[in-house]
Each structure stands twice: as structure tokens, then as C-alpha cells.
Design a protein around this ligand. Structure first.
Ligand code: ADP
Length: 270
């Protein structure tokens, strides 16, 4: 929807030609509104762990002659401060992705590398949670983009799959070609997502179950980061879920094949 149109006239040379430049201000207003909302959300989200740390510090002071209680409060302070550090780190990451920062030059990225690195980052957490992770499909595909950002996107999905699944379940990391795109999917056998939450989970700070998210050290930003990375790469995200049965998150990215014309010709035997 165009909220306002600004017209500017500019004489072009001696011929008296006039160019009318229409500036669509809708986009700049939208960007401004997104920024305002973001600042409001961030202030609200930061208040929770900072408030918790304050209360816990007071509790430590009050319980100084009870070493067991002090230990318990200190453990919770460690948990809250780790979550706060992560929140700050992810806020910075997301605001960079949303901002006008120059994007890194796209390069051919082998999907196999992205999946291997994303699995590696979640190996310990999956082991601790008793969850097995299997890669399914042909990982020879390539996409054009920034490898470290794509690793972050897939690793965030894997992390959620592990966090929102019970012990002894499996997580599948699939890859397949669909038309001109490469589809990467992460399927779990976890708690699933209710239909009313499904279309909102990619919004920043939206959580279906805030208590569970906080307990797992979640920030509510993981999926917002995934969505920004994928759309910046010209791709799309999707989710399918059934409560109590599991979820599948998919990323579609434009496929990239090396141009065979650019490969060196084999030497002529003659
Ligand atoms: P969080 O840090 O809370 O995990 P995310 O942005 O990564 O934030 O996810 C948003 C919310 O979506 C989560 O709080 C959770 O309610 C839901 N969610 C994400 N992934 C899954 C999953 N694999 N299974 C069930 N729920 C999920």
C-alpha cells in the first residue's frame, strides 16, 4: 500500500525537459516502523533477565549463611547471565541482518559443508539430550551465498529440533533438489507446534511456550534469524507440524551449479 508519494521535478538541460521522480515512501516508513518495534521488543526482552539477575543477587545476599541456597541462586545467575549474553549477541546479529549493511559477496557454497558444520555445532547438545541426528539425501548440491550465514540458519533449526524433542527421538536432516532450488529440511519427533502458533513462530521474540523456551536458554530470535538469512539469499522458509508428533522446517534456496564452460578443457592429445 502506498502511503504517500513525493513528486520532484527536475529540469533536464536546455530543452526544457522535466523528469518527475516519484519516491515511494512506503518502504522507508515500513523500515522505520520495523526499527521502532524492534527497539520496543528488545527493551522488553532485556528487562526479564536483568530483573532476574537483580532479584537473584539480592537473594544471595540475604542467604549468605546458607551455602546450599547460595549455590542454588548462583547456578541460576549463571544460567540467566548466559541467556542474557546470548540474547545480546543475537540481537546484534539480527539487527545487522535487518540493516542496510553491505552483504557479503555471494560465493558458491557446497550444501554438504553447511550440513556437516551445522551438525557438528549441535553434536554435544544432541548427545546430552539422547537424540540421534541423521543426514538423508544427496548433499552434492550447491547454493550461492554466504557459508557461515547458511550454517547459522541450519544450526538454529537443528538446535530447536533438539530442544523441543524428548529423549530417545530422532532428528532427520534432509536435502533434495526441487526444480531450480535446493530444499533443506529438519524433521523432528518432538512436541510439535499448535496451529495457532505456526504462522507466528518466525516473528522475533514469538514463543509458543515461553517457560520452556527460557528453560532451554532460548531467546525467541532463532527462527527470525533463519528467516532473514534465507530471504537475503533469495530463498524461502516453511514449516509443517503436528502437535505431539513433530515438526518439519524447510529452507528453499536457489540452486547453483558450476558453469561447465568455465572448467578447463582437457588437453588435446595431439
Ligand atoms: P527459541 O529461542 O524460543 O527457541 P525460536 O525463534 O528459535 O526461539 O523459535 C520460536 C518458537 O517456536 C519457540 O519458542 C518454540 O515455541 C517454537 N519452535 C521452534 N522450533 C520448534 C520445534 N522444532 N518444535 C517445537 N516447537 C518449536
Amino acid at each position: 500500500e502506498v502511503l504517500a508519494v513525493r513528486a520532484r521535478t527536475r529540469p533536464l538541460g536546455a530543452g526544457g525537459l522535466v523528469a518527475v521522480i516519484l519516491d515511494d515512501v512506503t518502504e522507508s516508513r515500513r523500515v522505520e516502523a520495523v526499527r521502532r518495534d524492534f527497539v520496543a521488543n528488545v527493551s522488553h526482552e532485556l528487562k526479564t533477565p536483568v530483573g532476574a539477575l537483580h532479584v537473584l543477587a539480592e537473594a544471595v545476599q540475604a542467604a549468605s549463611d546458607d551455602p546450599v541456597a547460595v549455590r542454588r541462586f548462583a547456578d541460576r545467575m549463571t544460567h540467566e547471565s548466559a541467556r542474557l549474553a546470548r540474547l545480546v549477541q543475537e540481537i546484534i546479529h539480527l539487527s545487522r541482518l535487518q540493516g542496510a549493511e553491505p552483504r557479503p559477496l555471494p560465493r558458491p557454497v557446497p550444501v554438504g559443508n553447511v550440513l556437516a558444520e551445522a551438525v557438528d555445532r549441535n553434536r554435544l547438545a544432541a548427545q546430552a539430550a539422547g537424540i540421534s541426528v541423521a543426514v538423508i539425501g544427496n548433499t552434492d548440491a550447491g547454493v550461492l551465498g554466504d557459508e557461515s550465514q547458511l550454517v547459522t540458519a541450519v544450526a538454529n533449526l537443528l538446535e530447536n529440533a533438539v530442544n523441543y524433542s524428548p529423549r530417545g527421538t530422532r532428528v532427520g536432516l534432509g536435502v533434495r533438489g526441487v526444480g531450480d532450488t535446493v530444499e533443506i529440511s529438519v524433521t523432528d519427533e518432538g512436541i510439535g507446534i499448535a496451529e495457532k502458533d505456526l504462522e507466528r513462530v518466525f516473528e522475533r521474540f514469538y514463543r509458543a511456550d515461553p517457560a520452556r523456551s527460557r528453560q532451554t536458554g532460548g531467546t525467541g530470535l532463532g527462527l527470525a534469524i533463519v528467516k532473514h538469512i534465507v530471504t537475503n539469499h533469495g530463498g524461502s522458509v516453511g514449516v509443517w507440524s503436528s502437535e505431539g508428533a513433530g515438526s518439519t522446517f524447510t529452507l528453499r534456496l536457489p540452486a547453483y551449479w558450476e558453469d561447465p564452460g568455465e572448467q578447463a578443457e582437457p588437453p588435446d592429445p595431439d
